[in-house]
Design a protein around this ligand. Sequence first.
Ligand SMILES: [Mg+2]
Length: 253
Amino acid sequence: MNSIHPSPVAIVIPAYNEAATIADIAHRASWFTSLVIVVNDGSGDETARVLEKASIVVLHNRRNLGKGKSLMSGIRFALEHGAERIITLDGDGQHRPEDIQLLLDKSAASPGTIIIAARLHNRYCAPPLRRFANRFADFWISWAAGYSIRDSQSGFRLYPAKVFEQCQTVSNNFVFESEILIDAARKGIFSLSIPVDTIYRKNARVSHYRPALDTWAIVKMIGIKLIKRGLYPIGLLRSLGVWPFPPTKHSTM
Ligand SMILES: [Mg+2]
């Protein structure tokens, strides 16, 4: 591990078998901060080797622990090293590191807000099943969070540090990124979405996301939260825009 510079902005990239892309993504991310953290999630390929010479922090999980746990270990490291804003993005090349500037600009204009890089441009290049799963998840997550969220499944985000001080979200895999939006909303921390390109490269590796199983895990988590809240009918109405949203300064995109 190279020397670590404290920085108010940190970038966390989970990587599971991303040898083909991770070094380039991490390098491009390092243009924005000295604190780039890749969490190598028990990869069985050359991910560790291709990062050996990179001027970034690499945390290694001995075995595969899933995206959520990998993100949280990177985020904890970032917080311990002074990060006030944490940007997360995927390591497979579907999130363009250069778009980090858009997140930073939006965050400067709306401090204290989660900023989601929402894949709204060229969205028809995503597989139809994935598009359906994302819209389905948006509906449920918006309901449980009590406001409309666009591209709730995007892992490309900026979080203010206070999200992790106030939320105890522990769920794993792809559930984590859904649950943190709901938990943050309960604490009065909301999100804004900014549009970015949808990128699905030809010859990309097979997705780790399992549309049926992972969407079911997300819906199950939300169902439990909604039942505990008496189905939260006001949240549903607010998410559909037919009931006023109380926080005065908030608007979604
Ligand atoms: Mg991907």
